[in-house]
Design a protein around this ligand. Structure first.
Ligand SMILES: *Cc1c(COP(=O)(O)O)cnc(C)c1O
Length: 439
């Protein structure tokens, strides 16, 4: 049997899957940051195009993928589903392990799936420039690429530590034509305020979001774009899980027993998992696991409450698992998992036990990543490595139980621009961070 399961273009899903249509319980509405009243769609109009606002509140199960977006997806979709036979053998597990490899996108991660859709919808409504934040740089890279594809300018606020630690992401964004500022910056009121209190502030995603929203809200030609957390972002990522279902069928698998994704804001996890959550709602027994870092344990140790998405408190209040919007996560290598909050839809599923979450320590995660690289050949992004190691744990559990399970995980990106993290691990410079508690 072939190791790699590839769909033809004709077999690619043509619509996004909206899980809200199938939820047995209603999502809680976002609240206006000032009045604490449920948000009206038009409240978001200064920063998002109407098409995305409509998707944000939509209850429609299938939302067609626009043809121009589909054309750009065909640059790298469908992505392969690969059976990890060499890893299986190394673990001596009876489990059959499959991974969906999103690292084949031009920017190296799943983030292109929503970046291309968001750039398209903005272009259709006359937006000239998209403003965003980026942590480790994957989102900024994806949006820079997407903006160039659809003829938009792109301005990226990049968390200052990453700006200095990850120069190659910056070069990628610049290659796609974007402008980058290290955040906190002197270009916004909020950035200036932070710098006046703390000139050496290393930045955080929350601060960078505040800066990007401030710029977008004050410029009629600009809109803001977010790479995770929000309903419309998760929606665009469901191409991943829908393709995976088709591929599993081609591989002769009826249904996975375990579905795993790493969790930062929730988008790659949701992208793979939501089409399977639909089956679970309809009665299929599937263990669906979100894997997060011990040092930023939003789902496992956060509180479920209304909180801001950013540090300044400019975003709507959303009901989610949160460590508090002023939480400053330690500088672990999985930069994309250092976010204080979680997608409200993922939070709702966790609250209702349709999924579960596990927190993994950094050293164990890198051990798993190295084993994966040595067996399957791909060097995982440090974020994706959380899904890899969670899979290894589950495969070893299947071995103990002597069970022939089918495990599917999302390899959300490659780690070829994160080799300094591997360098630190291989030279014993990595430590396990202390577990953080909700503030
Ligand atoms: C950004 C990123 C993540 C984390 O973001 P989610 O929205 O939780 O998916 C995970 N993996 C990779 C490769 C990323 O770039």
């Amino acid at each position: 049997m072939s190791k790699k399961i590839v769909l033809t273009e004709a077999q690619i899903p043509r619509s996004y899957y909206n899980i809200v249509a199938d939820l047995p319980f209603p999502p809680s509405p976002p609240l206006h940051p000032a009045t604490r009243e449920p948000l009206k769609p038009e409240d978001l109009a200064p920063i998002f195009p109407m098409a995305l606002i409509e998707q944000e509140v939509s209850g429609q199960a299938e939302i067609p993928i626009p043809e121009p977006v589909m054309e750009t997806y065909l640059l790298y979709r469908p992505t392969p589903l690969i059976r990890a036979t060499v890893l299986e053998k190394a673990l001596g597990t009876p489990a059959r392990i499959y991974y969906k490899y999103e690292g084949v996108s031009p920017v190296g991660s799943h983030k292109a799936n929503t970046a291309l859709a968001q750039a398209y919808y903005n272009k259709m409504e006359g937006t000239k420039r998209l403003v965003t934040e980026t942590g480790a740089g994957q989102w900024g890279t994806a949006l820079s690429f997407a903006c160039h594809k659809f003829g938009l300018e792109c301005l990226v606020y990049m968390v200052k530590v990453s700006f200095h630690q990850k120069p190659y992401r910056k070069v990628m964004m610049q290659t796609y034509g974007a402008t980058i500022h290290a955040s906190p910056s002197e270009t916004t009121e909020f950035g200036k305020k932070i710098l006046s209190q703390d000139p050496d502030n290393p930045g955080s995603l929350g601060i960078a979001i505040s800066e990007a929203i401030e710029v977008a809200a004050n410029d009629p030609a600009s809109k803001y774009s977010l790479g995770s957390v929000l309903n419309h972002v998760l929606l665009h990522q469901t191409v991943i899980g829908q393709e995976t279902k088709e591929q599993l069928k081609l591989a002769g698998e009826k249904q996975p027993d375990v579905v795993i994704g790493c969790h930062g804001g929730g988008s790659n996890f949701a992208g793979l998992a939501f089409p399977f959550v639909r089956d679970k709602i309809n009665g299929t027994d599937i263990d669906i696991i979100a894997a997060e870092p011990v040092s930023c344990p939003t789902l496992t140790r956060g509180k479920l409450d209304y909180d801001f998405g950013d540090t300044a408190g400019m975003t709507p209040l959303i009901r989610m698992y949160t460590l508090g919007h002023e939480f400053m996560p330690p500088s672990i290598h999985a930069g994309g998992l250092r976010y204080h909050g979680a997608a409200p839809l993922v939070s709702l599923l966790l609250e209702n036990n349709l999924i579960r979450a596990e927190a993994l320590p950094q050293l164990e995660v890198f051990q798993g990543a190295v084993l994966f690289a040595q067996t399957e050949g791909i060097i995982p992004a440090p974020e994706s490595a959380h899904a890899v190691q969670m899979t290894i744990r589950e495969a070893l559990k299947a071995k103990e139980e002597g069970k022939e399970k089918v495990i599917v995980f999302n390899l959300s990106g490659h780690g070829l621009l994160d080799l300094s993290a591997y360098d630190d691990f291989l030279n014993n410079r990595l430590k396990d961070e202390n577990a953080a508690a909700a503030s």
